[in-house]
Each structure stands twice: as structure tokens, then as C-alpha cells.
Ligand binder design. Structure first.
Ligand code: SF4
Ligand code: SF4
Length: 379
């Protein structure tokens, strides 16, 4: 589709949405920004960044800003399953709210156990009411792995003793779009790590409706809010990769945009934390960085208003947005290749095809690292 045609289509969609009644009477985004000392100029800079994140031309920036202002037309139900609430925390930090945090405040959260006032019977009633009232119109976001099958009872929520899996299934049945927020909900996460005592499963194994995975431990606030904005802008689900992750966020490898990539190519590696190489910003591959095997936008978008990210702070990526990373990516501070050579034959339950592919990649990377180091020695 031509850019002009796409622009017209989005503008028309936003105009229609603007005529919808607000889900709740909230302050407009402009007032929220002002209260938090954020200028309109900063907001437009943020909108330009989000536009670039979706690979749209800069001329679409005003549409992105308009979409952010319309997030109060969209009811969101957020369910907690078996998890640490780190994904919610990623969004709800209140000490220094970012524009993403504020936009999330603006979204009409109809149900979110961490931040709503109701508890017990009232909370459960609120959930049922919201599902009924916004049937077919709400976005469902689910955080956490879900004990399944004969183990469903390990997660029993609320006064009716309803299982987490039942809550997730019921809410998914009437949702307009469903997002699994975080690695636990997307792939099972730490709950599903070997030996998975509660038979925890990802959301996609609990409902038969399409689920978009937004993994990360936690996912960045940009990736969570970005999905809501994408839905407002396009009204369709985004293009997905093989693991049902939106390509706009997970289509690039951490390694490819890493600021230490030149060091990797030159064979300059940190050999142990605190050594001379660490002080000089050398590549962290040999102290366990899993950036070469991990698809996410952390090296491009960073965290905390683009301030920093793990590799910049001196620790390798641990591969938190990849399926089964607890089992497959550890030991976190050792190169993956070493671990896979010794464990692949012993681990009969692992996804053999995935691991085999990973091993081939790992061998290639280890060889690259070794050749780089030899070249450097010769120099
Ligand atoms: S291995 Fe890690 S630190 Fe090194 S270049 Fe790749 S992502 Fe960056
Ligand atoms: S850098 Fe790696 S471990 Fe850290 S959040 Fe990104 S994908 Fe997860």
C-alpha cells in the first residue's frame, strides 16, 4: 500500500475512533503531560520515536500522537496468572513516569488486580461486568504462566475459587485482541522451567484464539504500549514472527544493533568481569552474552527513556525474550556454545530442533570469536 493511501486510511480510522464515547471520563493526555512536567515538544519527539519503531515515515508522527490521545477509547482487561508482577511494574513505575507510563495510565484499564481498589467478591464482579459490557471490544492482556490440565488448581484466584486457566479462557473468549505480556505468559517462563512442577503453560496453550506474544522478563514499556497503539492505528494484528511476536518489536537481533558489535567483529572480548577489556567496553560474548541468539529491540530502544540497557551497563543479554530461556540459555555468565556441547545429548526433553539450530549458530559464533581473537593476536 502506498504511504499516502495508508495515511488516509489511518486518519479515517482515528477520526471514527474519536467519535466513540470515552470508556471513562479521564483527563486528556495534554493535562497528564503538563502535570508531569512533560512538554508538548517532548511528547511529539516521543511520537516520532514510536513512528520510527513501526518503520513508518516521519510524516505519520501526528497520527501517532493522535492515536496516543485516543487510548481512552479502548477498554483493556489485564489478568495476573502465575508471575512476579514485574511486567506490570515495567509499566507502572511511579517515581519518574515516562510518556509510555502516562499513555498506559490513560488507557482505560477496566480490570487490573495490582492497581484497582476493589478486592474479593467485588473484584470478581467487576471482571465479569467488564467482559459482558465490552464483549468483542476489549483488549485482553495476560501476565504470567498458567498451570494447566490436572494442575490448574495450583493457581486458584478469587472468592469463587476459579482457576487461573478458567479466568484466562473466559476473558479470551470475548476479547477483540489478546496479548500475552511477558515471557511467562508468552512461553511459560520461569514457572515452566524444568521440572515445571505446576505444569505451567503459555496463554496460547490455554485458549484456541490467536495470541500475540510480547515476551521479555519484563518486556519494555515501549513494546507493551506499542502494541496498543498499533491496534489503534491499524485495527488489525501486526505481522508476526515464528513465535507469534510482533515483527516491529522482535524482528531484529540484539547482536545486530549492539554498540559493542564492532568489538565482537574485531575479536575483542571481555574475558572476565572487571578486567581491562570490561573497562574498555569490549564484547561480552565470552562472559555469557546471549545477544547473538536473541530477538528483541533492547539494543535499539533501550530502557528508562532510552537511558541504558544491560549490555551498556556491562552485563550480557540473558536471552529473556526467547522461548524456554531459563532452560536453554543458562548458565547466564558463560558462553552458550560451551553449555550446549555438553548438555544437548543429556537433555532429552528439550526442543531438539530449536536447540540443534541454536547449536549450529553457537558453533559459528564461537568460531567467529576464536578467529577474531587470533587475528587480533597477530596484529
Ligand atoms: S555478543 Fe553481546 S555484547 Fe557482544 S556484540 Fe553481541 S550483543 Fe553485543
Ligand atoms: S537485553 Fe536481553 S535479557 Fe535484557 S531485556 Fe533485552 S532481551 Fe531480555
Amino acid at each position: 500500500m502506498e504511504h499516502q493511501e495508508l495515511y488516509g486510511k489511518i486518519a479515517q480510522r482515528l477520526d471514527t475512533l474519536a467519535k466513540f464515547p470515552k470508556v471513562k471520563e479521564e483527563k486528556p493526555v495534554s493535562a497528564l503531560l503538563e502535570e508531569n512536567g512533560i512538554s508538548r515538544r517532548d511528547f511529539m519527539k516521543w511520537a516520532a520515536g514510536m513512528t520510527a519503531m513501526f518503520s513508518l515515515p516521519a510524516t505519520f508522527t501526528p497520527l501517532m500522537a493522535q492515536a496516543a490521545e485516543l487510548t481512552d477509547r479502548l477498554p483493556v482487561i489485564w489478568l495476573h496468572m502465575a508471575e512476579c508482577t514485574g511486567c506490570s511494574e515495567s509499566l507502572l513505575r511511579t517515581d519518574a513516569p515516562t510518556i509510555d507510563n502516562l499513555i498506559f495510565d490513560h488507557i482505560s484499564l477496566e480490570y487490573h488486580e495490582t492497581i484497582m481498589a476493589a478486592a474479593g467478591w467485588q473484584a470478581e464482579q467487576n471482571l465479569e461486568d467488564a467482559i459482558k459490557k465490552y464483549k468483542g471490544k476489549y483488549i485482553l492482556m495476560v501476565e504470567g504462566g498458567i498451570p494447566a490440565g490436572s494442575s490448574e488448581f495450583y493457581l486458584t484466584v478469587g472468592p469463587h475459587g476459579k482457576k487461573g486457566a478458567e479466568h484466562a479462557r473466559d476473558a479470551a473468549a470475548s476479547a477483540a485482541a489478546i496479548f500475552a505480556i511477558g515471557t511467562c505468559s508468552s512461553f511459560g517462563g520461569v514457572q515452566a522451567a524444568n521440572p515445571n512442577p505446576t505444569n505451567a503453560k503459555p496463554l496460547s496453550k490455554i485458549t484456541n484464539k490467536p495470541v500475540i506474544n510480547v515476551p521479555g522478563c519484563p518486556p519494555s514499556e515501549k513494546n507493551i504500549v506499542g502494541n496498543v497503539l498499533h491496534y489503534i492505528l491499524f485495527g488489525t494484528l501486526p505481522a508476526l514472527d515464528a513465535y507469534n511476536r510482533p515483527k516491529w518489536a522482535y524482528g531484529i537481533r540484539i547482536h545486530d544493533l549492539c554498540e559493542r558489535r564492532g568489538r565482537f567483529d574485531a575479536g575483542e572480548f571481555v574475558q572476565q568481569f572487571g578486567d581491562e577489556g570490561a573497562k574498555k567496553g569490549y564484547c561480552l560474548y565470552k562472559v555469557g552474552c546471549k545477544g547473538p541468539y536473541t530477538f528483541n529491540n533492547c539494543s535499539r530502544e533501550r530502557f528508562n527513556q532510552h537511558t541504558s540497557w544491560p549490555v551498556q551497563a556491562g552485563h550480557g543479554c540473558i536471552g529473556c525474550s526467547e522461548p524456554d530461556f531459563w532452560d536453554n540459555m543458562g548458565t547466564f555468565e558463560e558462553p552458550l556454545a560451551d553449555k550446549l556441547y555438553s548438555s544437548i545429548s543429556a537433555d532429552s526433553t528439550a526442543d531438539k530442533i530449536g536447540i540443534a539450530l541454536l547449536t549450529v549458530t553457537a558453533v559459528g559464533i564461537a568460531a567467529h570469536a576464536a578467529i577474531g581473537a587470533i587475528k587480533k593476536d597477530k596484529q
